[in-house]
Design a protein around this ligand. Sequence first.
Ligand SMILES: Cc1cc2nc3c(=O)[nH]c(=O)nc-3n(C[C@H](O)[C@H](O)[C@H](O)COP(=O)(O)OP(=O)(O)OC[C@H]3O[C@@H](n4cnc5c(N)ncnc54)[C@H](O)[C@@H]3O)c2cc1C
Length: 446
Amino acid sequence: MKIKNNIPHIGIIGAGFTAFACTYYLSKKGYKITILERSEDIGGLAGAFKIGNSYLEKAYHHLFKTDIDILELINEIDPNLIEWHESSVSNFYKGNFYPFNSAFDLLKFKPLDFVSRLRVGLALFYVQKVKNYSKFEKISAIEWLRKWTGDRACQVLWIPLLKGKFRKYYEKISMAWMWARLHIRANSRSNIFEKEMLGYIRGGFINLINKILDTSKNIKVYTKHEVINIEYNQNTNKVIVSSFDSTKSRKEFRFDRVLVTTPSHIFAKLIESNPVHQDYLNKLAQIEYIGAICMILETNQDLNLSYWNNINDLTVPFGVIVQHTRLIDKKNYNNKEIYYIAGYFEHDSAFFSLSDEELVENWFEHMSRILPIFDKEKIENIFVFKFRNAQHIVDTNYKQKIPAYETPIPNVYLSNFSQIYPEDRGTNYAVREGKKLAIMISESIN
Ligand SMILES: Cc1cc2nc3c(=O)[nH]c(=O)nc-3n(C[C@H](O)[C@H](O)[C@H](O)COP(=O)(O)OP(=O)(O)OC[C@H]3O[C@@H](n4cnc5c(N)ncnc54)[C@H](O)[C@@H]3O)c2cc1C
């Protein structure tokens, strides 16, 4: 369908990586783009704040060598934006941090007996060699891992990992999701004895979005604009998007096409006023999400950890400690060490209702227990960020739950991370999907 005599105006709901990737590719075609974001800043889950000269993500972020879509975008916009550093990983188990970087480390991993180590190694080798994941879709990760790596490996490695990420949902998680994680990690290095290199966007991930804003034309971004309704008007063939701004006054926008990048259940609420079949709304609402909490410490203490430290101890509420400045030079952050202490939590978790002070008190007790050298006195700043919809629950047979990009509302498209499967969601896939949607939207116009 042609839009005559006018530049097509595309509305995008949400200002995360999917939105800006789509914006970049759409703006190359000359369209006018308006982005509406309910938060006070842009970036979504990859949003950031400033420390020293750099932006720092509210939730830890890095890239893998296999993240080809975002690397291609960076290469096109400014190849200088990417930096690569050697990663390091440890597993905390019963009072000790064990390095976990290569097959050698697995062979030396004392919490597992030798037979369990071998079984884990063989299972990982097998999973990494499997190219077609379809055989893993119907079986849960924990069931498959228990069968092939044994009870001990489940207790020490897999249950803490799965519970750390999915909490009460952990037994439902599909082996296809685990396959994708292991596959990507394996392919991001040339052999299992080599150390992994991780990518970071120079000065913070938000800089990629800032570059998109600098290089693209005809873009308007409205933050503090919560979209509350999306409706198709048959007479004008326009999509009417209503929002509340920060003063709670209602605004209306008219667009030729709309891309929604919010979580699926939020989208379901936004389109309720249209004649949409209840089955479709139920399908959207069926996708479950879990939240995340990230506590960031800016401190003078070097705890000498690995970059990534899995906490394989279910009595500790957080699942990971990330020493960000083990990967990125601390000179970017006023020479302070930066740590993320983070975990995933169900929406009704008590941690979401604790005040920041209460949360700090609770988590610091655990920090002191697992890391007796941890010194609160050396901390200069603490930041706490809570994300309600941080990760969707990728259960067995998840594929059937995935909503289509084209929605029953004419000219309205949906692209969010619940459609990414079997890979774990990430900025790379947000870019991949954003680009795909830009092509779909422009083809629908021409
Ligand atoms: C703890 C954590 C660690 C992560 N680590 C990595 C990593 O290492 N590497 C990596 O690549 N990725 C990582 N990710 C994932 C990555 O951040 C996401 O995949 C990506 O940012 C998703 O982008 P998006 O645009 O699809 O969604 P989002 O970033 O969720 O954007 C959606 C936007 O919609 C807005 N919105 C919602 N409702 C409304 C409404 N009614 N009106 C207007 N706006 C609305 C939201 O505020 C949000 O800004 C991590 C995520 C988390 C939570």
